[in-house]
Structures are given as structure tokens and as C-alpha cells.
Design a protein around this ligand. Structure first.
Ligand code: C2O
Ligand code: CU
Ligand code: CU
Length: 521
């Protein structure tokens, strides 16, 4: 791999500036440069925020548990649900709900999930953050075709060869997740080649939490004081249906979105666990918020309004890959698509009756607020935030076997998004790490690109000339690359051999070819 020359890097920065200067609508005007994308407007009056109660997705019970692990059944189907008060919205959901049911597993105990596809399109299930063998990782061409006997011919992406390795099933498929990894919040979502953005937008996303003995032993808030919060923006048509600018609304033939949205689709309704700007009653106590940005393209800067007396609104205890070594105070949490933040908020610091808004500093108007907490009078809090949470051994770049360079940039003609000048193709292997090796990847972006690696967690070594950023601590599986930014990450490929993808998790970028393969052997 030839390192990018300094001259090349500067050229890229200039290119990005020039593109923005000629009015290419890639950067959201509303949110400054905070999110790459263009806002889609709902065609109906938006409901008043903070009127709908927060709900939590139900925890899925195993159909049986045996020596192999815990077995689950999920049916992917369309359903009519109430999202906006008084209106019906057809979603595509795991078991017909959005978010899908939460799966809770114990580290090291496999989850064996049997999916039935009753949707009219192929689906692919990926467990994001899972250290999963390739057969069950949800490779983008490993379709579960519809069970209705209609097997659409998938179009190729531009310049893409058919995938000779695709493992295709019809109607159903069993995924086995070993979960031999630390406790953390994973999420499962659709991953079909070229249609992930549209399918996730319709509702195919849910939590999968892993617990372990180390975390269970900590005196953290638990039970009703642990809230998984899946945050996602959506837009609606006048009849309450979901609005998304697919070129082909059947999601069968023509991939991609209308030209002006190739930068990413942003919307004006913020949903938390599928509810618009919900409100939650909380005790005067510590709560553990398992934050997930499940938006296609929107970045958030979450704050508490009013901030708690004395500051330090959020105490971060974990990231994508589980617990940090020690708690970290933040006034705000910045989250790119697919990132998870595990934070403690102490509502005991507010007087009873305080209304605390979870606000979004990267939004304005309807996107400037996310949800509200109503602080009650109940107290009594056995929880504590220990000074030491876990151990993380830093990976040492001096011991890396290979250094690679990846350049994430638009195709030059608004047709899509490339990695090292190449559109995604299942047959093009961009990196071939040896099993057990450690690699440093140097990532360079034109616009904001949240870059995700399957299979592994990594550590962030640097951003530009500085060390890791404020939100880069711990084990990560997404790095939030900002416009014209360069970062280095380090990973060990010691889990499973096979072909896996890495990609931008702005789902419109992913669908429009900003994805590559690495093969571990
Ligand atoms: Cu969240 Cu390739 O996935
Ligand atoms: Cu993933
Ligand atoms: Cu991107």
C-alpha cells in the first residue's frame, strides 16, 4: 500500500472545499457541517414534542435454551403501527415492531436466531459489533429471499461483478452468533446490498445486549433504571406513511436514492425507540442510558437542558465495544450513525418536577430536541459509578504487522461514494489481514464518514496530528470521521477467518458503494 502523500491529502481538502463552494448540496445547511446529507421534510403538521410516552422494546424470550445456546425466532414482516399520534404507518419490523425486540445474551453463550422473511424483498441480517463467523455475519449478498416464491433478480451495482460466494436461502435462515466477546450494546439491522438505507428506514433495526460477569458485578443502575434508547430521524407523507427518496420504492430493482440525496437522508422527526420526541418519567436517581444512533445519516450532539447543577451532564462508562477503563465526564455526547455510548445521568441532581430535555446541538427546530425526562420525587439509589470499570490493553502500533491507507471520497460525479477510488464489489478484496495479526489503518475522508469494520473492534490511535478525540475512547467499531479528516486505528484480526466488509455507516453512502472487503486468512 502506498501511503498517501501529503500533497495528495492537501489536494483532497481543497477538492472538498471546492465542491461545497459551488453549492453541491452535500452538507446540511441546517446543521452546518455536522451531518452529511440533505433534509427531507414531512408532508404533514408535526406532532407536539414530549406528548408521547417513551416505551422500551420488549425483550425477546428464547424459544428454548440448550447446550448449543439460546434459540430465538424472529419473523420479518410488514405491520401497521401508530408512530405519529392518530395516524397509521406501515413499517417493516422484526416481529412487526420498530425497534425490533431486544435480545439479551450472556457473553460466551451463543444466540441462535432463526429468521423468517415474510417481506416482499430479500433481506440480510447483520449483528453490528458482533464477532461473528462469516456464514452468520450477514454478508450483503447472503440474501434471505422472500418466502412468497417471488425471487427478484438483483441488479448489479455500477461496475460490480456478481458474487460467486453468495450464500442465498429462501424464506428463512438461521444465524449463529457465538458472542464470545465483552459485554456491550450491539444492534442488529438489515444489510442487503444497495438497499440497507431504505430497509433500515422502514424499521429493520433492534438492540442485542451482551452481559457478562464483570459488568454484572458493578453497582451500576439496572432494571427499570437502564434505558436502551434507539435514536433515529424519519420523515412522513401526509397519510402517515414513511417518506424516503428511493429511486425504486418497491426496493427490488433500482438501488439508490434520488440524486439530490446521495449525500445522505436527514429528516425532521426524531424518534426514540420508535416514538416521536417521547417523554419519560424518571426517579431522582442515576440512570444508565444505552444510546444508539440508528439514523441513516444524522449526527447528534446530545446535551441536557437545563444542564445539571455543577455540570458533567453525562458520565460515559462504555463505548461501541463495552466498558471503558474508567468513567469519563462529558457535557455533551457526539454520536455518528451506528455509534453506541453507554452513559450515566444522575437525575438526583435535579429538584423534583424538573423537566430535562435531551437536546441536539447539531439540530435546530424539530431536530434540536430528542426527548424529555420528567424528574419525579422518588429517591433511593443503590447505584454507584466505580472509579475503575474494566481493563483495556492498548494495542501498540510498534507491533503492527501491516499499515494500510483508505481514502473515503465521493465518486467525483455525484454518482456514489468510493473507497480508494473503487466502488464496492463483492469480488474486490481491499485488504487481506493474516489471522492473528495486528494492523494499523489510516483513514482519510472528504466529507463526514462514520467508518465501520465488521468482525473486530479497534482502538483509535490519532486524529490528524492529535491523539484520539473526546469520543474515541475504548473499543470502537465505528469511527466518526469528520470532513477532511485523517485518523489512524489499530485492530487485531484474531477472531475468525473469512470475507467481511468495512464501510461507511452513512447508509446512503454504504448503499451507493462506499464499502470494501477484507479477507482474514
Ligand atoms: Cu451496522 Cu455493516 O453494519
Ligand atoms: Cu457491523
Ligand atoms: Cu460516508
Amino acid at each position: 500500500m502506498s501511503p498517501l502523500s501529503r500533497r495528495g491529502f492537501i489536494g483532497l481538502v481543497a477538492g472538498a472545499g471546492a465542491a461545497a463552494g459551488v453549492g453541491v448540496p452535500l452538507l446540511s445547511g441546517i446543521a452546518g457541517a455536522a451531518s452529511t446529507g440533505v433534509a427531507l421534510t414531512s408532508q404533514l403538521p408535526l406532532p407536539r414534542p414530549f406528548t408521547v410516552p417513551l416505551t422500551l422494546p420488549p425483550v425477546l424470550r428464547p424459544t428454548r435454551s440448550d447446550a448449543d445456546g439460546d434459540h430465538y425466532e424472529i419473523t420479518q414482516r410488514a405491520a401497521s403501527v401508530e408512530i405519529l399520534p392518530g395516524l397509521r404507518t406501515t413499517i417493516w419490523g422484526y416481529n412487526g415492531i420498530f425497534p425490533g425486540p431486544t435480545i439479551e445474551s450472556t457473553s460466551g453463550r451463543p444466540a441462535i436466531v432463526h429468521h423468517t422473511n415474510q417481506l416482499p424483498v430479500p433481506v440480510v441480517v447483520h449483528l453490528h459489533g458482533g464477532h461473528t463467523p462469516e456464514d452468520s455475519d450477514g454478508y450483503p449478498t447472503d440474501f434471505i429471499l422472500p418466502g412468497n416464491g417471488f425471487n427478484p433478480v438483483m441488479p448489479d451495482m455500477p461496475g460490480m461483478a456478481p458474487d460467486p460466494l453468495a450464500k442465498i436461502t429462501t424464506g428463512e435462515r438461521t444465524y449463529t452468533f457465538p458472542l464470545a466477546q465483552r459485554a456491550t450494546a450491539l444492534w442488529y439491522h438489515d444489510h442487503r446490498m444497495a438497499f440497507t438505507g431504505a430497509s433500515v428506514w422502514r424499521g429493520l433495526a433492534g438492540f442485542h445486549l451482551i452481559r457478562d460477569a464483570e459488568e454484572n458485578a458493578l453497582p451500576l443502575p439496572r432494571g427499570a433504571r437502564e434505558l436502551p434508547l434507539l435514536i433515529a430521524d424519519r420523515a412522513f407523507n401526509a397519510d402517515g406513511s414513511l417518506r424516503y427518496p428511493s429511486k425504486d420504492p418497491s426496493l427490488l430493482m433500482l438501488p439508490g436514492v434520488e440524486q439530490q440525496y446521495t449525500g445522505g437522508v436527514l429528516a425532521d422527526v426524531i424518534l426514540v425507540n420508535g416514538r416521536p420526541w417521547p417523554v419519560a418519567n424518571v426517579d431522582r436517581a442515576r440512570y444508565r442510558l444505552r444510546l444508539l444512533n440508528a439514523s441513516n445519516a444524522r449526527r447528534y450532539q446530545l446535551t441536557l437542558d437545563p444542564p445539571p447543577p455543577g455540570g458533567n451532564a453525562f458520565t460515559q462508562i462504555g463505548s461501541d465495544g463495552g466498558l471503558l477503563t474508567a468513567p469519563v465526564p462529558h457535557e455533551a455526547i457526539e454520536m455518528a450513525p451506528a455509534e453506541r455510548f453507554d452513559v450515566i445521568v444522575d437525575f438526583g441532581r435535579y429538584p423534583p418536577g424538573t423537566e430535562v430535555v435531551l437536546a441536539n446541538g447539531f439540530g435546530s427546530g424539530s431536530t434540536g430536541v430528542v426527548m424529555k425526562f420528567l424528574v419525579g420525587s422518588a429517591t433511593g439509589d443503590p447505584s454507584r459509578i466505580p472509579d475503575t470499570l474494566s481493563t483495556i490493553t492498548p494495542l501498540d502500533p510498534a507491533h503492527a504487522d501491516v499499515t494500510r491507507d483508505f481514502h473515503f471520497a465521493d465518486a467525483g460525479d455525484q454518482s456514489g461514494w468510493y473507497i480508494n477510488g473503487q466502488p464496492y464489489s463483492p469480488t474486490n478484496i481491499a485488504a487481506a489481514p493474516k489471522l492473528g495479526s495486528t494492523e494499523v489503518w489510516r483513514l482519510v475522508a472528504d466529507f463526514a464518514h462514520p467508518i465501520h469494520l465488521h468482525l473486530v473492534h479497534f482502538q483509535v490511535l490519532s486524529r490528524g496530528l492529535k491523539g484520539p478525540g473526546e469520543y474515541d475512547r475504548g473499543w470502537k467499531d465505528v469511527i466518526d470521521l469528520r470532513p477532511a479528516e485523517e485518523a489512524t486505528i489499530i485492530a487485531r484480526f484474531d477472531d475468525h477467518p473469512g470475507r467481511f466488509v468495512f464501510h461507511c455507516h452513512n447508509l446512503e453512502h454504504e448503499d451507493m458503494a462506499m464499502m470494501g472487503n477484507f479477507r482474514v486468512s
